[in-house]
Structure formats: structure tokens, C-alpha cells
Design a protein. Structure first.
Length: 96
């Protein structure tokens, strides 16, 4: 399996990923894709962070979600809720 990279997600900003939660499709919009400082020369990929927005009033738990995207297909992403705004919640995924 190939490692996911920032380049794969950079072209998906402001696009919708959907996650299947107990038979319901939940929309998460990618609102940020940023590189993180390198941990060292031994890393297999450059670390990066993704932030998704979900406009549900429900806070979804920290866990791995099977996310679907038209170009990327299905990817498993561990999301952590990090903030709430007026219209929903922000979830972060860190890849290192």
C-alpha cells in the first residue's frame, strides 16, 4: 500500500469527503492541508496535517473513518475533533 501524501490532498481543498456512519453518509469538507516540520531524515514521507469541517450539530468521536472521495477513492483517516465554530465542528488528521 502506498503512503498517503500532502500532494494527494492539496488538490482536494474545499471538496467533500463522505464517511459512512452506521449506514448514513456524513459530509466532511477539506478546509486545510498543510505541511508539518520534518521529524528527521528517517521518515518515509513528509508529515502533514488535514483539517475537515462538518456542519452537523453532533460531535463525532475521535476514530478512524473510511472516507470516500471521487478522485482519491476510499481512504482510512483518523480524525480528532479540535474545534467548534458557528456551523459545526473541525476535525484534524495528522500524518507523520
Amino acid at each position: 500500500m502506498d503512503l498517503l501524501s500532502l500532494d494527494q490532498f492539496a488538490g482536494c481543498l474545499h471538496e467533500t469527503f463522505s464517511a459512512d456512519l452506521q449506514g448514513m453518509q456524513i459530509a466532511f469538507v477539506l478546509v486545510e492541508a498543510l505541511p508539518l516540520p520534518n521529524a528527521g531524515p528517517d521518515g518515509q514521507r513528509a508529515p502533514f496535517s488535514l483539517v475537515f469541517h462538518n456542519d452537523s450539530a453532533l460531535l463525532f468521536p475521535q476514530q478512524t473513518y473510511r472516507m470516500q472521495h471521487p478522485r482519491l477513492g476510499g481512504v482510512d483517516i483518523f480524525l480528532v475533533p479540535v474545534a467548534q465554530d458557528k456551523t459545526g465542528f473541525l476535525y484534524q488528521a495528522v500524518f507523520n
